[in-house]
Design a protein around this ligand. Sequence first.
Ligand SMILES: NC(=O)c1ccc[n+]([C@@H]2O[C@H](COP(=O)([O-])OP(=O)(O)OC[C@H]3O[C@@H](n4cnc5c(N)ncnc54)[C@H](OP(=O)(O)O)[C@@H]3O)[C@@H](O)[C@H]2O)c1
Length: 325
Amino acid sequence: MADYFMHAVQYDAYGGGAAALKHREVGVPSPKKNELVVTVEAASINPFDWKVQKGMLRPLLPSKFPFIPGTDVAGEVVAVGVGVNKFKAGDKVLAMINPFNGGGLAEFSIVKDSITAHRPPEISASEAAGLPVAGLTAHQALTHLDEVSGRQPNILVTAASGGVGHYAVQLAKLRNAHVTATCGARNIKLVKGLGADEVLDYTTPEGASLSSPSQRKYDIVVHCATGIPWSRFEPNLSPSGKVIDITPGFGTLLSYGLQMVSFSKKKLVPLLLNPKGKDLEYLVKLMKEGKLKTVIDSKYPLSEAEKAWAKSIEGHATGKIIVEP
Ligand SMILES: NC(=O)c1ccc[n+]([C@@H]2O[C@H](COP(=O)([O-])OP(=O)(O)OC[C@H]3O[C@@H](n4cnc5c(N)ncnc54)[C@H](OP(=O)(O)O)[C@@H]3O)[C@@H](O)[C@H]2O)c1
């Protein structure tokens, strides 16, 4: 399909933030084995996207320059590669793009059939585009709920107003957990509306302490904020409580290693998303049934993708930031 051209957003080097994004006409990619080409109806921005641009995953990512960022898309299949059986041209889908390939901020993207799901008409393209990275991360963090049995689990979600956090609150409630959540004052009503039982304003001393107003000790913390030390979590955990750190740095890895060798029951556990097609299908089913929703912070046309990028870098999104070609 390289004879056809499309509008895409690219960057040519590490760094530069939103100002370094360029709007270009590039060839429409062709599908290889087990790949589909979709016309993008909506994409969402994740902090991962601009962290890669910053060079936080160098030298692994991006795999090449110029690079089209963007890993979450919803759209319509226009062509399929060999070996694709589940999808055909005309199908509405959502997908998580292989981060090594990127390509979401464009009119057409390549996605793998294994991490693509059908999108039913009940779910809009923008709601669907919010789901892959953030929804799958929330779901994966909550698999640790399986370790709590015989009583209602107590969960803390930090940064519950963000992309991952707002799905985590809803998914934890669907699993019958008691949910304490942290967010800023402006989002308390929204987070309660998503189902949180108790909400702490993280800018107050009570919120910063992370203590549950009902004196609960947390079995699982889905930690979506950054910069909170282990010493703040530790007194708030149940005897086998785990903090699932979705932004693990060197300190988390060190703590995890030390806790493993000391056989500590309370743990700080690093999480790296391992996306699975069946999990994406599960989340789509919940959304179709009206049990899970995407809160949309803002929408930008592809021609203004740099505004969406800058908004994500600011770190104050409520839910997901969407880009529409
Ligand atoms: N490990 C993985 O595979 C993986 C996958 C997905 C995401 N992540 C990482 O997870 C983190 C969260 O991602 P995201 O998409 O949810 O981010 P996001 O949508 O940009 O989060 C923004 C939200 O976080 C809130 N917030 C910021 N600091 C807070 C704090 N200390 N306490 C409570 N709320 C706070 C902000 O509220 P205010 O506006 O009120 O400040 C805002 O609503 C990022 O670092 C991302 O890179 C990792």
